[in-house]
Design a protein around this ligand. Sequence first.
Ligand code: SF4
Length: 105
Amino acid sequence: MSSRSNVAILAGALREFARNTGWMSEANCKDMDIELFFPTDGANMDPFVREVCFECPVIEDCAWYANESGSVDGFFAGMTPKERQAWRKKNNVMIGMSREDWENS
Ligand code: SF4
C-alpha cells in the first residue's frame, strides 16, 4: 500500500475520532481531577460531580459515549454505573449501542 493511501486512511480515522470525541472539548469536567469521576477508593459520587454534569452542555454525548464504550465503571453524565444500567433499561438501550443505532432501532 502506498504511503499516500496510508495518509488517507489515517486522516479518515482522525476525522472519525474528532467526530466522536470533539464534544469533549466542551465538557465541564475537561480540567477537573479524574479521580472525582473514577475514584480509586470506591467512593460514592460527590454531589458536586452530579451538579457539574447536570450543567454540562454535552451531557447527552457523554451518556452515549459511556454506553457505546461499554464502560461499567466511573461516573458519566451525572450517573453512577447502577444509574446508567437503569437508564438503559428505561430507554431500551443495549450496552455498547450507539445513539445512531438506538435511534434506528
Ligand atoms: S456530563 Fe460527562 S462530559 Fe459533562 S461533566 Fe459530566 S462526565 Fe464530564
